[in-house]
Design a protein around this ligand. Structure first.
Ligand SMILES: *Cc1c(COP(=O)(O)O)cnc(C)c1O
Length: 429
């Protein structure tokens, strides 16, 4: 699952005690394991090897330059959703020819930037967007390739905020409109429309929604071929799960075993496959370290008030997401046997793990059985590598957290802690 383990009651990331990281750089801090990142990427690559897909890492899930650089060096392309992500991924040294660019609201400036960099594929989400893209490609004299994002109308059975492939979603165009879309734009002189793009939601904990949407996409590709529009690229999007609790998500090989057989002969006949994994690579590669500032009782509840909150990690309050939380230093009898909602060990206390913000929705973990906590204790919030730092804000004027990358027995700061002057540097009184 990952490279975060207890040794004699101390939590280690690879060969570094996370307590040493907190001592050196303070808290709140995101700590990433280079080894976990790499192993998740290579497991996925190996599982899908029969399709030789281009794996475009979803930049929005964890976008630090050092992370992008490391994945680009492993051969990852990039799945970008904004001009800022294009800029960032290029700054990390990734090759724009291996970028795919999705997003329902691409601005002219963003499209121009993408054309300038010669990105590999625009994933177009509406008729109006295609016309605008074609106009800009014409004006700038930079032809490009595009895929149509279709909405296969399958239910990925995930949180409503991250369900993206149902009919009533703002993403893509409905499957039934796809053939008409190609009739209208499939012979555009500036944009070669040759692909189909899907992204049904995230996290998707079963393979069935992928099967359903791939079957629908292949039927569409056949319809399009009959209508004289050959499709050479099928982008399946992302959404593979992560282990927020131990052994809860299908392995890369299980997703692959379901998907690969459907596509092998198509690939042999020249169809190019793209995947856009984010969470499944980064989530378990990161933890958030936070310090307990105070412990207090209100009514019959115990609150551990930490220096990280919804400003640092938004997922618990925004998605009702579960993140396993445990002290980084514990008596050996209190090392958790697994990461789960219910941990049964002697002496645990029902605890609310909350942040410092002036907001009741500001929590990291609710109603958890935890070892008794005290001021100064260091807590690890697990599986925080994806949609953690990238969704952090400066709400209540707390500076953004630090990020640290561990590699073997060494660690380095990959994002410095912000100062108070960073908070106001773009403001003018
Ligand atoms: C967010 C996103 C992804 C990545 O989703 P994960 O669940 O992190 O794998 C892939 N493709 C598109 C278009 C996205 O918006």
């Amino acid at each position: 699952m990952d490279d975060f383990r207890y040794l004699h009651g101390s939590l280690y990331c690879e060969s570094v005690a996370v307590q040493d990281i907190a001592r050196a750089v303070g808290t709140p801090t995101y700590v990433y394991s280079g080894a976990t990142l790499e192993s998740h990427f290579t497991k996925l690559r190996d599982a899908f090897a029969p399709l030789s897909p281009l794996l475009c890492y979803s930049v929005k899930c964890c976008s630090n330059l050092a992370i992008l650089k490391r994945l680009a060096q492993l051969g990852a392309g990039m799945d970008v959703v904004s001009g800022g992500e294009i800029f960032r991924a290029c700054a990390a040294g990734a090759d724009p020819r291996h970028f795919v660019y999705a997003g329902v609201g691409k601005s002219d400036a963003e499209i121009r930037l993408a054309l300038e960099h010669g990105i590999g594929l625009f994933n177009v989400e509406s008729e109006m967007e295609f016309e605008n893209l074609s106009r800009l490609a014409h004006e700038t004299g930079t032809p490009a390739r595009a895929a149509l994002r279709v909405n296969p109308d399958v239910d990925p059975k995930t949180h409503r905020h991250t369900t993206t492939g149902k009919r009533e979603s703002k993403f893509g165009v409905d499957l039934e409109r796809a053939v008409a879309f190609f009739h209208a734009y499939g012979r555009d002189p500036h944009i070669a429309l040759r692909g189909i793009h899907l992204h049904i939601g995230s996290p998707v904990y079963s393979t069935a929604p992928y099967l359903q949407s791939v079957v629908k996409a292949l039927a569409l590709i056949d319809d399009l071929a009959r209508a004289g529009f050959p499709v050479d690229t099928l982008d399946l999007g992302g959404g593979f799960g992560a282990d927020y609790e131990s052994d809860q998500t299908p392995l890369a090989t299980e997703y692959a075993n379901a998907i690969v057989p459907l596509l092998c002969d198509r690939v042999a006949r020249g169809l190019r496959i793209i995947l856009e994994p984010g969470r499944t690579i980064a989530a378990n590669a990161g933890i958030l370290l936070t310090k307990v500032e105070y412990v207090k009782r209100s009514g019959d509840r115990t609150f551990a008030i930490c220096d990280a909150g919804m400003n640092t990690l938004l997922r618990p309050s925004h998605y009702d997401a579960f993140h396993f939380v445990w002290p980084a230093e514990v008596d050996v009898s209190l090392v958790p046997p697994r990461r789960a909602r219910e941990i049964i060990l002697p002496g645990l206390q029902r605890t609310e793990v909350v942040g410092p913000l002036c907001e009741t929705g500001d929590f990291l973990a609710q109603d958890r059985m935890l070892p008794p906590l005290d001021r100064g204790d260091l807590l690890a919030v697990y599986s925080a590598g994806a949609y953690g730092m990238t969704m952090a804000s400066r709400y209540n004027s707390h500076p953004l957290p630090t990020e640290v990358l561990v590699e073997g027995s060494t660690f380095r700061v990959i994002r410095e802690r912000e100062s108070y002057s960073d908070l106001i540097q773009h403001e003018r009184a």
